[in-house]
Write a protein that binds this ligand. Structure first.
Ligand SMILES: Nc1ncnc2c1ncn2[C@@H]1O[C@H](COP(=O)(O)OP(=O)(O)OP(=O)(O)O)[C@@H](O)[C@H]1O
Ligand SMILES: [Mg+2]
Length: 359
């Protein structure tokens, strides 16, 4: 049975959430300082790193411009970071823009025609580009040529414009939304996975070094376990724990300090925050574990329907705590266990029912 009936919409996260994966103003400022600068510094994603290393080495050896690269994966996993690394490894300049910024084909033509030979063009949120710009991009990627349309109506003429060879690095949180003709024009596609706890611990140690913060291995482990497999969240939680350690202790981060700090910020042992837990609690305590409709659930926690669906649910689904079914939202046995509650008889999660979820 397909429990997940909804699409995996890229979640626009509420900006004030400590565990939201999108970047807020503070992140953007700090991220520049914490970004790994080359492939060796980039932690985890072993397969992607190995493959990309080959692609870039081979291009360098041939003295050629690297093939176009598509990076897909959830927010905060390192797509922007990797695009900058590609440029650095190729010793090439990088131009950064995004799909939503290119609304007219003319915008894209202006950017493309001003690229230098070998330059990396980073196109973030490439799935959100307008259709005409997308079609112009097909030709630019394949033939390094664009047709600039001059004039309107029957008198309009297409003036072909040669482009220098460049490397397009496209990033998307929704690879499934890319039209196949666009996807096929990338010579290399990398799908970024969520990070393992041990990898996030390395990210945390590295960032702590750069931020000049002392941290025990156990302290790093405590933070990594609550970081939702996402380096951006790991770095953000590290900064909040550092604040706590400075104010409440001597600045040194131990396991106890990390746990106490994250308790203050209401990020629990599994990385759930207040909203996530409110949703689960309502589902379990008010609706006996469901199924319950999304709107009803949203009213019960006093949030907008979209907030519950796009901000809280993706992580709860990924963690196997909540399932989206055709009849409504349902708590899994793991949800009852996580909140320390016992499922009523006859509900998934009650004894003898766990197999319903393959748990
Ligand atoms: N592999 C990694 N090793 C170390 N730090 C990393 C790694 N990947 C990401 N980071 C850190 O996480 C932060 C967020 O990464 P980045 O901005 O590249 O994510 P993104 O995938 O582009 O996110 P979005 O989809 O929101 O644009 C970076 O500032 C960087 O410090
Ligand atoms: Mg990015």
């Amino acid at each position: 049975m397909n429990w997940d009936e909804t699409t995996d919409e890229a979640a626009p996260q509420a900006a004030d959430r400590l565990v939201g994966a999108s970047a807020d103003g503070e992140d953007q400022a700090v991220e520049a300082a914490l970004r790994p600068k080359d492939l060796d510094e980039f932690i985890g994603q072993e397969k992607v790193r190995e493959q990309l290393d080959l692609v870039l080495r081979a291009a360098r050896a041939r003295g050629a411009t690297a093939d176009h690269v598509l990076l897909s994966g959830a927010p905060g996993l390192g797509k922007t970071t990797l695009s900058m690394i590609i440029a650095a490894e190729m010793a090439a300049p990088i131009r950064i823009t995004s799909g939503p910024a290119i609304q007219h084909a003319g915008d894209l033509a202006a950017i493309l025609s001003s690229l230098q030979e070998g330059e990396v063009l980073f196109l973030d949120e490439i799935h959100r580009m307008s259709r005409p710009a997308e079609e112009m991009l097909y030709m630019a990627m394949e033939d390094f040529r664009v047709d600039v349309i001059v004039g309107k109506g029957p008198g309009a003429t297409a003036i072909p414009l040669e482009l220098p060879p460049f490397t397009l690095v496209g990033a998307t949180t929704r690879a499934g939304l890319l039209p196949p003709p666009l996807r096929d024009r990338f010579g290399f596609t990398a799908h970024m996975e969520f990070y393992e706890p041990a990898e996030l611990e390395r990210v945390i140690h590295r960032s702590a070094g750069l931020l000049d913060v002392e941290i025990d291995p156990a302290g790093a482990a405590e933070i990594s376990g609550r970081s939702r497999g996402t380096p951006r969240i790991a770095n953000r939680l590290l900064r909040r724990v550092r604040d706590y350690a400075q104010v409440k202790a001597d600045g040194h981060i131990t396991r106890d300090i990390a746990a106490a700090a994250l308790g203050v910020y209401e990020v629990d042992g599994r990385g759930l925050d207040r909203l996530d837990r409110a949703v689960l609690e309502a589902l379990l305590k008010l609706f006996g574990g469901g199924p319950v409709g999304l709107s009803t659930l949203a009213v019960a926690v006093g949030e907008e329907r979209e907030t519950v669906e796009e901000v809280a649910e993706p992580f709860l689904v990924r963690e196997g705590l909540l399932a989206r079914t055709p009849r409504g939202r349902v708590a899994t046995p793991a949800a009852w266990a996580h909140l320390g509650l016992t499922a009523p008889q006859g509900k998934p999660g009650a004894s003898g029912q766990a197999d319903l979820f393959g748990a």
